[in-house]
Structure formats: structure tokens, C-alpha cells
Write a protein that binds this ligand. Structure first.
Ligand code: FES
Length: 91
């Protein structure tokens, strides 16, 4: 956070706690956390958020235990737990 006055939320991504501005999408928080990919294709190719508008499905992660949630369509919430395939082993 660069603006100390901005409201922020703290969440956990792959076991790492980070703070982002309120209103940030999980997809953006993944970038802030340095997560380079959201999943792997069936052939093992790395995938990451592409369209940012809920169409490509490449940003699927597990959010609070809910698998295949779209990171680009989900806003960060206080205490949220986000897992990518590096921690869940899902595609
Ligand atoms: S980035 Fe395309 S659906 Fe989320």
C-alpha cells in the first residue's frame, strides 16, 4: 500500500499474507503477490488471467475453499484465502 489513508483489506494468497486497496480484484492481488500463474492447462502449460472480464476462464483459483472461482470477477475481502494450483494441485 502506498497511500496510508486508503482503506485496505488483508488476505492470504498461497499462504502469504498481503494487503491491497479495498476494491482490488483477486486477479490484481495475485499480481501484487508475485503469483505468475493461476492454473495449468490439461497439457501442463501455464495459464494466467487474460481477459479480465470473465470470459477466458484462465484466472480460475480456489477462493475460501470454492474451486474454479474467477479471480478477475472476485473482489478481495478481509481474511480471504486464495490458493493457486501451486498449493492445491488443481487445474
Ligand atoms: S481473466 Fe479471463 S475470465 Fe478472468
Amino acid at each position: 500500500m502506498t497511500n496510508a489513508d486508503a482503506a485496505c483489506v488483508r488476505l492470504t494468497i498461497d499462504g502469504r499474507s498481503i494487503a491491497v486497496e479495498a476494491g482490488t480484484t483477486v486477479a490484481a492481488a495475485l499480481v501484487v503477490a508475485g503469483v505468475r500463474g493461476t492454473r495449468t492447462s490439461v497439457s501442463g502449460q501455464p495459464r494466467a488471467a487474460l481477459c479480465g472480464m470473465g470470459v477466458c476462464q484462465e484466472c480460475r483459483v480456489t477462493i475460501d475453499g470454492r474451486m474454479y472461482a474467477l479471480a478477475c470477477q472476485t473482489l478481495c475481502r478481509e481474511g480471504q484465502v486464495v490458493c493457486t494450483p501451486t498449493t492445491t494441485g488443481t487445474r
